[in-house]
Design a protein around this ligand. Structure first.
Ligand code: G
Ligand code: G
Ligand code: NA
Ligand code: MN
Length: 259
């Protein structure tokens, strides 16, 4: 595992950076928040995609420290943006949680410490978790999610519809948001099966609304997809149509334009 060695070094030498992809209100067109996405520019390897290093960080346990850095940096950033862009007080920062972090026994305590040292309320931070992470041990997962809710956090189910889960549990998960997986959004324009995929997306949106959850559609790349999602009453969207993930400087430039 040379990658492991490089990851370890990279953590010490601060080679990681967060990028931020805007999440847009489809009702107002304004930025509702950002999803933090980690980037690694390694001195020895150059740019390495998270799809390649997150799984290794998971297997080796390095994700615990990397994840702690990601949460700390994301909370610091959202606090700074709140101070600099007071006309956008609703801005929320979403952070992906890995399975390994989710099973860390002191996750709630760790996040409480991070919130306190950033000086932000829990409701500025949203965690993205997947269905599969919760299905290993449903009762334990619900207890953990309740602990996170007690800190005031918001919770999203990421990639909804693609993981192992059961609808019979969905109403018991104390979550706020469903994220419609980008594979469904992309296929809404499938040459053969667009009708079917539009129906699937419509059903996920209705399911979310019936459970009092917000819905975010991921991976919106075309005007056509956006129009359908607006028609289906989806409240939030994210994707290359609006913006790629941005460096903090470029995210700030975008916020400054809105303010
Ligand atoms: O940003 P990009 O699309 O290249 O990310 C690829 C994958 O890596 C996605 O599945 C994404 O969820 C994951 N990923 C990106 N940033 C983070 C992060 O900060 N933490 C975790 N756990 N996963 C991340
Ligand atoms: O697993 P998760 O849903 O967190 O992954 C999010 C990933 O999707 C990020 O790595 C991000 O770079 C990527 N992404 C964001 N918007 C789009 C998009 O419009 N199209 C595609 N193909 N990927 C996107
Ligand atoms: Na995500
Ligand atoms: Mn996703």
């Amino acid at each position: 595992w040379h990658l492991e060695t490089d990851l370890r070094l990279g953590l010490q030498q601060k080679e990681f950076q967060l990028y931020y992809q805007p999440i847009i209100s489809l009702k107002t067109g304004r930025i509702a928040g950002f999803e933090a996405l980690v980037r690694w520019n390694s001195k020895t390897r150059g740019f390495v995609s998270p799809g390649a290093f997150i799984p290794v960080a998971e297997e080796t346990g390095l994700i615990v420290r990397l994840g702690e850095w990601i949460l700390t940096e994301a909370c610091r950033q959202i606090r700074e943006w709140h101070e600099r862009f007071p006309r956008n007080p609703a801005l929320i920062m979403s952070v992906n949680l890995s399975g390994r972090q989710f099973s860390e026994p002191n996750l709630v305590k760790q996040i409480k410490t991070i919130l306190d040292s950033a000086g932000i309320e829990g409701d500025r931070l949203k965690l993205e978790i997947t269905e599969s992470m919760m299905m290993n041990n449903v009762e334990e997962a619900i207890t953990l999610l309740n602990g996170l809710k007690e800190l005031g956090l918001r919770l999203s189910i990421d990639d909804f519809g693609t993981g192992y889960s059961s609808l019979s549990y969905l109403h018991r998960f104390p979550v706020d948001t469903l994220k419609v997986d980008k594979s469904f959004v992309e296929r809404m324009e499938d040459v053969k099966d667009s009708d079917k995929y539009i129906s699937i997306v419509q059903t996920i949106i209705s399911l979310g609304h019936n459970l009092n959850l917000d819905v975010i559609a991921e991976g919106i790349e075309t005007e056509g997809q956006m129009k359908v999602l607006e028609f289906l009453d989806c409240e939030y969207g994210q994707g290359y149509l609006f913006s790629r993930p941005l460096s903090s400087e470029n995210a700030e430039a975008l916020l400054a334009k809105e303010n």
